[in-house]
Design a protein around this ligand. Sequence first.
Ligand SMILES: C[S@@+](CC[C@H](N)C(=O)[O-])C[C@H]1O[C@@H](n2cnc3c(N)ncnc32)[C@H](O)[C@@H]1O
Length: 219
Amino acid sequence: MKGKLKRFEIISQRENVLEPGKEIFLKIKGHWNEYYFKRERPITLELACGRGEYTVGMAKLFPERNFIGVDKKGDRIWKGSTWAVEDKLNYVAFLRTEILFIESFIADGEVDEIWLTFPDPRPRQRDIKRRLSSSRYIDMYKKLLRPGGYFRFKTDNTELFNFTLEELALRNDLVDYQFTHDLYHSHLRPECYDIKTRYEEMFAAKGEQIKYLRFRFSH
Ligand SMILES: C[S@@+](CC[C@H](N)C(=O)[O-])C[C@H]1O[C@@H](n2cnc3c(N)ncnc32)[C@H](O)[C@@H]1O
């Protein structure tokens, strides 16, 4: 069996991947701690997780928390799922879905923290609404977060970052809002734990500065 198909076959058997065709996939909304993690702990969600470097990296740093990585591509999730199995990270799950449908899988206030890591920049004007840091997505993330939970966003892409800053400037519901265009030389660096994703490695090697922002919703 060829690479991608083999990976799809593997994740279809993996308990730590929730995807279409599995019974738990349609039942999980509002029940992550009860049905999947089987312990009541704060949940961190990584969106556009790709291979899930943050999900897996933070699960090692914070064994007392629960983690969900979300991506629509099964062959990328396969990698993170494999790392989690190899490292016996039992409180890691991967959810395979289009993020537009995330509210079908996460209940209001169900997660404690959201990371959005290096989403596709979608530079074309007609794709503005599809940018994962555009206002309609931020409004969705607000619903998923428990009151006071942090939203964190990392990217190499200057246009996407500036676009996001402009979107956020229109809001009046942000507190503890801080950002940097140069994370590696910022006081905010420690809160990213020096975890580097695949895309971060690629773009940092090309000399791109890594941008980061975070905030909480006030109401
Ligand atoms: C540029 S990659 C970054 C992956 C990883 N976070 C990293 O930094 O290496 C963007 C990821 O977002 C996923 N993605 C893009 N749009 C998505 C969407 N609407 N729903 C779910 N996943 C999406 C892609 O499949 C891809 O894995």
